[in-house]
Design a protein around this ligand. Sequence first.
Ligand SMILES: C[S@@+](CC[C@H](N)C(=O)[O-])C[C@H]1O[C@@H](n2cnc3c(N)ncnc32)[C@H](O)[C@@H]1O
Length: 219
Amino acid sequence: MRLRNIPIADEKIASSPFCIHDPEQYKGSWDRLFHNNNPIHIEIGMGKGRFLLQLAQKNTDINYIGIEKYTSVLFRAIQKLEHMEDDKIPSNLKLLCMDAENLTNVFAQDDISKIYLNFSDPWPKKRHARRRLTSEQFLCIYDQILNKNGTLEFKTDNHSLFEFSLEELTASHWNVDACTYDLHHDPILCQSNVMTEYEEKFSSIGNPIHKLIASKHAK
Ligand SMILES: C[S@@+](CC[C@H](N)C(=O)[O-])C[C@H]1O[C@@H](n2cnc3c(N)ncnc32)[C@H](O)[C@@H]1O
């Protein structure tokens, strides 16, 4: 998702209480931001943030960080929070504008309990494979920030990207703990499913949604 450039987005992000500023200062001690030791779950490429917003409202004992590369997209997530009534805004949700390439600058080993990747950009050209958020290069980054029971949850309607992701996980010695090619008809995995914006769009035109849950091997 790349929205047209929004000139005031940078300014809005810099002054928003929903966004994390100078995230490097919290590396290894995120309790200083959230004022508790609850587990932290992140979504990389959160888009407009509907998925994490729902999770944060539902699970108040988990801290959520939505990570998004483009200011114009994050701006829309901020607007969504700003338009909510004060008592509906979850204090356990924060937004962070950054490229996932730099995650190890802001998170230490064990900082994160779960990573969500939802409808990540497919980068279909082979020469762009490294940019896919489930490439071996990104899995290596995730390995450096997840705790020992940490999990990665990935949803997409893109069959080639899903197959690529399974191959990269295997090559990188991750365990694939659950896998379905039709999430919405999977009696177990669909039970607690929270739809993302893209998931709603693609499932409404009949695309089956694929999902996998993976974890690192014990260190
Ligand atoms: C196709 S959208 C999906 C949005 C949302 N997760 C959903 O399912 O509705 C993918 C999002 O990932 C973001 N993104 C892509 N590469 C990224 C990266 N390296 N770091 C952070 N965000 C990234 C894009 O800007 C875009 O907003």
